[in-house]
Design a protein around this ligand. Structure first.
Ligand code: FES
Length: 107
């Protein structure tokens, strides 16, 4: 899959392997919502913050990117996530956010 490169202050960037793709933000959409709407492969299951399958690595976080909430913190602790690992289904995307989608064997 070949991703198109573009940069915008109203977008977020997904990194998948050596490819990057920036997508336009939509108000109220989570990182997972934007991935799925833009045909970016991102594992997911519960969409409620408990299964951990939508984990992404945050490479760049703007200052307004929210810290973990209670549910995400519980899942992160139970699964041993690093501080950079966040759940795409629980976090609203914000301008300038850059996340890496883990490949096979990165867990
Ligand atoms: S889809 Fe299960 S934690 Fe996000």
């Amino acid at each position: 899959m070949v991703f198109k490169r573009s940069k915008s202050s109203d977008s977020i960037t997904f990194v998948l392997g050596s490819e990057e793709r920036s997508v336009r933000l939509k108000s109220g959409k989570t990182i997972l919502d934007l991935a799925l709407e833009n045909d970016i492969p991102l594992d997911h299951s519960c969409t409620a913050g408990t299964c951990g399958s939508c984990r992404v690595f945050v490479l760049d976080a703007p200052s307004d990117f929210e810290p973990r909430g209670e549910v995400e913190q519980e899942t992160a602790e139970s699964r041993g996530f690093s501080d950079l690992e966040r759940l795409a289904c629980l976090n609203e995307a914000c301008p300038g956010l850059k996340v890496k989608i883990p490949g096979e064997g990165e867990f």
